[in-house]
Design a protein around this ligand. Structure first.
Ligand code: AMP
Length: 172
């Protein structure tokens, strides 16, 4: 995990002043480390009867697709508004200034299915909380766990998701 931590690149003031952006592209580009991450997640969820891995736009897609393939599960995508072509359910959430939303296709999940939801970074938790509301509010699927590659602990994102099992590989 230490090597993994070191390979994450800090980009100050991106995409706006005051944000220290955790750039995962060096991790994605490293054959050994990327494989290690996917294998680690595979090991964690093997035997848990996961039907779908749900990935959050955009970097969550990378891990959702690879983990789904590794588990022999399906991959579901949660996107920003207006990007999905079929009928969607939508969940809005508050940002520091204004609001944003996430959408999912109406036929993405079925009753009783077990899912893992994944994103690259847990920051304030707003995006994951909205995604969890989106799933729980519209489907009778069970969220087994929310998984992240990186958790920014000082932002206390977990507090927004108290009733949800959560897992992160690396903490800052
Ligand atoms: P939040 O809703 O605050 O938990 O933000 C989570 C989303 O924003 C994730 O999809 C991340 O990809 C992205 N994000 C937020 N903060 C950062 C950061 N410091 N570095 C990289 N990505 C971030």
């Amino acid at each position: 995990m230490e090597t993994l931590k070191q390979i994450i690149r800090d980009i100050p003031d991106f995409p706006k002043p005051g944000v220290l952006f955790k750039d995962i592209t060096p991790l994605l580009g490293d054959p050994v480390q990327f494989t290690k991450v996917v294998d680690h997640l595979k090991e964690r969820y093997t035997g848990k009867k996961i039907d779908h891995v749900v990935g959050i736009e955009a970097r969550g897609f990378i891990f959702a697709a690879t983990l789904a393939y590794a588990l022999g599960a399906g991959c579901v995508i949660v996107r920003k508004p207006g990007k999905l072509p079929y009928k969607t359910f939508k969940q809005t959430y508050d940002l520091e200034y204004g609001s944003d939303a996430v959408e999912i296709h109406q036929d993405a999940l079925k009753e009783g299915e077990r899912v893992v939801v994944i994103d690259d970074v847990l920051a304030t938790g707003g995006t994951m909380a909205a995604t969890v509301d989106l799933i729980r509010g519209n489907f009778k699927a069970e969220i087994v766990e929310a998984a992240f590659i990186i958790e920014l602990e000082f932002l206390h994102g977990r507090d927004k998701l108290k009733d949800l099992p959560m897992y992160s590989l690396i903490q800052f």
